[in-house]
Design a binder for this molecule. Sequence first.
Ligand code: NI
Length: 147
Amino acid sequence: MMRISMSLPKKLLADFDEVLKDRGYQSRSKGIRDALQDYIVRYQWMNEMEGERIGIITIIYDHHYKGVMEELANIQHNYTNEITTSMHIHMTNKYCMEIIVVNGDINEIRELTERMMRLKGVEHVKLTSTANGEEFEEPHSHTHSHF
Ligand code: NI
């Protein structure tokens, strides 16, 4: 391990220590290591978001909210190339969940996600995706060769 020293604004460090305390961290160094790891992973993930992706959009919305179901349908009908399938779950009396499987250009998928996110009555939207391209074939067959 390397030892470094650094300067931080007092407030930032106090906020960070507060989070570490809440999460039950015993060591500040361990907290900083984990935070750096998170930062790196998040950057790499954002950076990888290009080209063709396959993924899932999860939406939770209040189906009593006027016009929201119709709007969700209207928006989705503009992305028939990207939407593979969708599932509707009547979660509670108030809330519905929709799970949309998407496959295609990440710019379109991101736009679809953001348009639905902006709707009033929509409480939660989450997109998870992974590359759907050729690059997947190699690690896959490599894994299989271990069996
Ligand atoms: Ni429903």
